[in-house]
Design a protein around this ligand. Sequence first.
Ligand SMILES: Cc1ncc(COP(=O)(O)O)c(C=O)c1O
Length: 430
Amino acid sequence: MPGKRSLELFEEARRVFPGGVNSPVRAAVKPYPFYVERGEGPYIYTVDGEKLIDYVLAYGPLILGHRHPRVKAAVEEQLEKGWLYGAPYEPEVELAKKILSYYMPGGMIRFVNSGTEATMLAVRLARGFTRRKYIVKFEGCYHGAHDYVLVGAGSAAAEYSVPASEGVPEEVARLTLVARYNDVDSVERIMRRHGDQVAAIIVEPVVGNAGVIPPKDGFLKELRRLADEHGALLILDEVITGFRLGLRGAQEYFGVKADIVTLGKVIGGGFPVGAVAARREIMEMLTPLGKVFNAGTFNAHPVTMVAGLETIRVLEETNPYPAMREAAERIARTLEDAASRNGFEVTVNQVESMLQVFFKPGGVWSYDDAKKSDRRLYDKLHEITLKKGVFIPPSQMESWFLSAVHTREVVEETLRVIEEAFRELRGATR
Ligand SMILES: Cc1ncc(COP(=O)(O)O)c(C=O)c1O
């Protein structure tokens, strides 16, 4: 439970920030968020003197944990040379070459400042390249906080999709058609009707924003086929999965090739970042070469570039992926076992170092399934684990993440807390 100092700070924060925070999920920690004093390895230390094992990891970027010494050294070295130039700088070329070698050999990349900017630019590029207006997205997939993608499915009777936020004009929302994740038929229906006007299908290869939902066998390949059949582009939004499922991300993991890949999170080593990588003829549409506009004062920020570069070097040199997967598997099995021993029916979805538990039996393959989870129980689980020193996502709709520094001992401690937490959950709810 967050303590007195956090409460004082949150009271002040509520006067200056809507809801007290600068990104909504941060307010999901109830009854109020803890304030961080510092992060170190797998731990967050709060201003209330608590030490928490962190499975949120800033919602994905911190694959090497907090304050990794090599990333810290790279950033410090950069600070000695200044931190923003508004002119080209060598590390951006190095990072670009590295990312392209894994995600788009022979292609090109543009660095921006967030995943939101990356998907916004990817959609604009797809529209510019194909000279078409519509995009297709999936319910429960999140691609950032801009108008093109803040769109949901209308009711079954409604023909059009609807804004998922006030302030998004209906006219804009109508250009985004919404299909069901893992439901090829729903995409086929849309493509049959609008295929010749669809610029791109955009998808999270593993949904990380409706809990964790893996793609069914062949689902992504079917999207590839449908995009090809209708002359649309396939945008894989790898903002979460990039360098998380492995160095080559979801394309290699699921054997599917994208026309455009959006990246973010890990590639900035914990600093603000986004990137769009695509085939050369698509990227050549971009200003200053072509006529699809993008610009940014902070694009390819030097500190971000060196932090991202060093993070990827560490990933290459140490290959933490098998160990992270094994740790995530142990946590997933323990969640299942502890739940079942205490009479809870759950589904645990885990892909590499991403996982989430749903209080719903029988599998979670879509946003509709995820919504059927008993959120009350999830929130209670979050509250109990937090009290016991383990910070899991405060929302059912987010993913747990592991890092390369979640050691065996850290994971053992987590498993113990999970066991205790489910016993307590049974006591609290039965
Ligand atoms: C798949 C995906 N795309 C895009 C975004 C937006 O990224 P950012 O928060 O950096 O704008 C997110 C953020 O969580 C994401 O998970």
